[in-house]
Design a protein around this ligand. Sequence first.
Ligand code: ADP
Ligand code: F6P
Length: 320
Amino acid sequence: MVRKIGILTSGGDAPGMNAAIRSVTRVALSNGIEVYGIRDGYRGLLEGNFEPLTRKDVSDILDQGGTKLGSARLPEFKEKEIQERCVRQLQDAGIDALVVIGGDGSYRGALALTKLGINCIGLPGTIDNDIPGTDFTIGFDTALNTCVECVDKLRDTSSSHHRCSIVEVMGNRCGDLALYTAISCGAEMVISPETGYDELEVLERLRYLGEACKKNHAIVIISEKVTDVDDLAKKVSLQTGFSGRATVLGHIQRGGSPTSKDRMLASQMGEKAVDLLMEGIGGQCVGIIDNHIASMPIEEALQRPRSSRKRLYRLFDRLV
Ligand code: ADP
Ligand code: F6P
């Protein structure tokens, strides 16, 4: 029977992580289970940096961005000896199970701990929406809304000045943030790891939009790490009828109060994590699949291919 659980947030933070911490804490407490918050991801686990959480400790955090527990990256957590030291820290504190909120790297850590005897459940927390085993991650919707708000503003000024705005969004090699932003904002182009990048084609398309289609502005949404956007903007100015301007949205996408969608998702996923631990289940991750909260073994999730979003890319093409 599970009596004490720990909770930690790991990897890049995401809006809604606090809502998940609150949900796990309150659902567990209402089932008579004690909850310990672990500071700064696996680093706090290694250092034994634990604090008991009460209902009151998680008051007023539902609407807060970031993570109350702090997050960190600990590359050496991949080593078995470090994992074993973490297990000893948990055992010394009497913590018998763990909820890990993070990305696929954090899931791998959770799986390793489960194999060493501590049942862990992974919750998908990242703005990138790049975690297999779920249609949506905690934080994606908030980041998307931030992107949409920013691009709507850029559109105002781009259209006044006959400019092409090249907007770089995050995603860590996953194009979902770019694609969903592009559709939501009516962008002229989307460039992502899924579309691939051909600079000549991009410039040709922009020339066509300006000259043949007589567009007075253009918005290009591009995923980070695809190309240097400042360089692309200069080429746009030189080789198309538009004056190019690059905007990197950067870490602003990681902050802010979570949307109601992310709060709901986090609250439901937190509840599911506690239910699984109470059933004595570990090594699983929680997701939302076809609008239902579900869970599956982490090993299975990590092997699943991510959707290539073919239908949404086709929709984008039909809308421009
Ligand atoms: P994310 O969880 O968002 O994918 P990272 O890839 O940075 O973020 O992983 C977060 C942390 O998870 C890492 O700093 C490390 O402590 C742990 N981690 C990553 N990969 C592994 C792995 N293969 N095995 C065990 N732990 C891992
Ligand atoms: O995984 C979230 C994310 O914001 C990615 O979109 C981005 O590539 C990366 O983290 C940035 O990491 P850092 O916080 O180290 O700048």
